[in-house]
Design a binder for this molecule. Structure first.
Ligand SMILES: Cc1cc2nc3c(=O)[nH]c(=O)nc-3n(C[C@H](O)[C@H](O)[C@H](O)COP(=O)(O)O)c2cc1C
Length: 358
């Protein structure tokens, strides 16, 4: 640990400080945020899960204008989903009622409900992205082979040892162990998501013991204490999401930033209401009102597509009651400081604390 920040993970990724800024879909990870983190010696990550191929290319182009340092691009692995026209209509009605104050009309939508995964993968390959991270599963062997041929480093997300073993077997280079504290969507892809809610103090030591590739800990890490704790558990590095949401470079709505800065210790909950997939965020009116409709919530990404209009109008109206306020369990430690300053401060404080320990 006293070698921090010069770890093998940092060397493998070609960065100075083994801190990964988590990819955060929904607008947070602007090219400015990604580049600021990479320029400061960490690893910036562009969340491209919700972006169409053209927008992914545009973002990559912009990041490359802002930094010549390594950065990652992240995608959501696509999964089976289905809903009947009747179920969709019923959910439109439920959502309309759950955000009645917005007076919005929710229209049924036709597939595709999310950008084509293969088309997104093609961009990563063609742009010769050096670090590709993913969650919700694993791309097919055919794609993995293409990335290996391109010398792309692959980072997969696991919420259990079983998932990590599967990622390792398929040749994934680095595994992100996502604890139950984490903000945003659960990356679980084997078994029930509820059974895979393991906090990092339990998950990371298991992964470090049985997995041979480096483990990056994610979930509730906001400061030097969190980083040192994760390293003691056996992590080679950390991935921090919520900590970067309130940076000026992050693209989230100002009211969402305000909610993070005002967050209390017990503010976050797990919900499927916004997207159909279990995710952690700050509790609000929409989540509470949707609790009685849990049985009717549709598969990801159909539910996500159906709540989009509501979320957009909520942003326009500065109304946090109907925005998805994804955040981890340590959101109350949020600070509004520039990303480079945050990295610098984390670096300084980790080194100072390690020195004291020696
Ligand atoms: C707003 C938000 C959006 C997220 N979007 C993604 C994403 O697009 N891809 C991904 O792999 N993880 C995503 N995550 C999860 C992060 O990778 C990571 O697991 C999490 O931020 C760690 O917990 P923390 O927020 O407490 O630091 C997101 C997290 C948040 C808070």
């Amino acid at each position: 640990l006293n070698k921090w920040p010069t770890t093998t993970l940092a060397k493998t990724l070609g960065i100075k400080i083994p801190i990964v800024q988590a990819p955060m879909a929904g607008g947070a990870t602007t090219p400015e945020l990604v580049a600021a983190v990479s320029n400061a010696g960490g690893l910036g990550s562009l969340a491209a899960g919700y972006l169409n191929p053209d927008d992914i290319r545009k973002n990559i182009f912009k990041i490359r204008q802002l930094t010549d340092k390594p950065f990652a691009v992240n995608l959501f692995v696509s999964e089976e989903h289905q809903a009947t026209k009747i179920q969709i209509k019923q959910m439109c009605h439920i959502i309309e009622k759950a955000c009645v104050e917005l007076k919005v009309q929710i229209e049924p939508i036709e597939p595709p409900y999310a950008p084509e995964f293969d088309e997104q993968l093609k961009v990563i390959l063609e742009e010769k992205i050096s670090i590709f991270s993913f969650t919700f599963g694993m791309p097919s062997q055919t794609w993995l082979k293409k990335f290996k041929k391109n010398k792309t480093l692959l980072l997969g997300t696991a919420t259990t040892l079983k998932e990590a073993q599967q990622l390792q077997e398929q040749g994934i280079d680095i595994i992100i162990g996502q604890g139950s504290e984490a903000g945003g969507h659960r990356g679980t892809f084997i078994g029930s998501t509820e059974d895979a809610l393991i906090n990092i103090s339990v998950l990371v030591p298991q992964l470090a013991k049985y997995i041979n590739v480096p483990i990056v800990a994610a979930g509730g890490i906001m400061d030097a204490n969190g980083i040192i704790a994760a390293m003691h558990l056996g992590a080679a590095g950390v991935q921090m999401g919520t900590a970067f949401l309130s940076c000026p470079e992050s693209g989230i709505h100002p009211k969402y930033k305000e909610a993070l800065l005002n967050a209390k210790q017990d503010n976050t909950v797990l919900t499927r209401a916004f997207s159909g997939k279990l995710a952690r965020g700050i509790n609000n009116k929409f989540i509470k009102r949707m609790q009685i409709h849990e049985k009717h919530i549709l598969d990801y990404p159909i539910q996500n597509a159906l709540t989009r209009t509501m979320r957009k109008i909520a942003e326009k109206n500065n109304c946090i009651d109907f925005m998805a306020l994804w955040a981890g369990q340590a959101a109350h430690l949020s600070k509004a400081i520039p990303a480079a300053e945050l990295i610098k401060k984390l670096h300084k404080n980790v080194v100072a604390q390690l020195d004291q320990m020696l």
